[in-house]
Design a binder for this molecule. Structure first.
Ligand code: NAP
Ligand code: F7E
Length: 323
């Protein structure tokens, strides 16, 4: 089997590439050209996958990548994925995260119409939620340019499935985290901050809305669900979530506690990190995925925090030791 992953250099792309390699796939990954191609999340598997230069903005490059990879499965994970940036760069977010999906689907339709296609949709599409918990048929009410772009990506995927009979699925994934999460997302910002404070490298951690609630899972569990969706006899859309929500405050509390500290002594509220429109609560119901795919999460909330804090302490300790 051959798979092509867009966004292979991101958090999910790196875990998915590992999973597919372990299943004997030939893995091809799309990366965009950069003056410093480090791809840190791929270092350990760099010699096992083939990287192809292409960009979601460039239709021809996507078609060429598909011609080179000749994939049985295509995972479209590339996007501008940070919600606050979607207010400062709304047009670019729409180009990558919304119209980029059309470009990928057109390339698949033209070059590899028999390939199965996965679209990385998001719980941010539920936004100002109209129902709790949120499931596949809960109406969308996005609250950011990112959420709006993801709604486009979701429906264009459904539309290509219905218009052209493509095997195209949309996975509506709730927040998922890991030691490979980008540093700007709140979970990684907290675990990195905890590690810095514990090692004496920082004195405080500035955060925004501590009362926002999220249904947080572990990225390794979530990429397994992506693969499972493409192994089904029929293409369909699935919510992937743990079914438990926690506040940002609870996350911070547990992360600081795990190194024997109290979050109240270090967390500073900073209006700079509040959003123009907030998503107050996301809580998913993954019953359909449990029933049809046999999927369930394996890493708990507490375990995930422990894994992330330990990884950040280890990483920063190594840096300090090298000085
Ligand atoms: P991420 O770490 O931000 O990775 C995004 C990837 O997209 C990176 O590899 C990035 O490349 C690539 N990319 C961005 N713009 C591109 C372009 N114009 N052309 C080609 N590649 C481009 O995101 P993630 O957390 O792994 O999430 C993966 C996908 O799932 C995203 O679509 C995200 O929106 C969606 N999602 C994430 C979550 C979550 O909780 N993590 C939940 C639901 C949905 P560079 O390395 O060059 O920047
Ligand atoms: O924020 C609050 C913030 O940036 C979570 C992306 O992967 O998941 C992610 O989007 C919550 C928000 O993730 C800070 O206001 C408080 O309510 O970690 P986040 P997100 O916006 O939920 C979805 C499913 C995706 O699809 C996205 O691609 O935490 N919060 N203080 C903060 N958030 C940040 N980033 N920084 C703070 O200091």
């Amino acid at each position: 089997m051959r798979a092509l992953i867009t966004g292979v250099s991101g958090q999910d792309g790196s875990y998915l590439a590992e999973l597919l390699l372990s299943k004997g796939y030939e893995v091809f990954g799309i990366v965009r050209r950069s003056s410093s191609e480090t791809h840190e999340r791929l270092t350990h598997i760099r010699d096992k996958i083939e990287l192809i230069h292409a960009d979601l903005l460039d239709q021809v490059s996507l078609s060429q990548a598909l011609k080179r990879a000749r994939p049985d499965e295509v995972y479209n994970l590339a996007a501008q994925s940070f919600v606050p940036t979607s207010w400062t760069q709304p047009v670019l977010t729409a180009e990558f995260t919304a119209v980029g999906v059309s470009r990928m689907l057109e390339a698949v339709r033209d070059v590899a119409p028999n390939a199965k296609f996965y679209q990385a949709s998001s719980s941010e599409m539920f936004g100002k939620v109209l129902e709790t918990p949120q499931r596949e048929n809960t109406p969308f009410y996005p609250r950011s340019p990112y959420g709006v772009a993801k709604v486009y990506g979701h429906f264009i995927t459904v539309n290509y499935r219905e218009s052209y009979n493509l095997f195209a699925v949309s996975g509506i994934l709730f927040n998922h985290e890991s030691p490979r999460r980008g540093f700007e997302f709140v979970t990684r910002k907290i675990t990195d901050g905890v590690a810095r404070i514990k090692l004496g490298l920082a004195k405080e951690l500035r955060l925004g809305n501590l009362d926002a609630k999220r249904d947080w899972g572990f990225a390794g569990d979530y990429v397994r669900a992506m693969w499972m969706m493409l192994q089904q006899p029929k293409p369909d859309d699935y919510v992937i979530a743990t079914g438990v929500a926690h506040t940002v405050r609870e996350f911070a509390d547990k992360a600081f506690q795990s190194v024997g500290l109290k979050y109240q002594d270090f967390v500073v509220s900073d209006p700079a990190f509040y959003r123009p429109a907030e998503v107050d609560l996301l809580l998913g119901d993954a019953t359909k995925a449990q029933k049809n795919l046999g999927w369930k999460p394996e890493v708990s909330f507490d375990q995930m925090i422990q894994i992330m804090v330990e990884a950040d302490v280890r990483r920063l300790q190594d840096t300090v030791n090298r000085r």
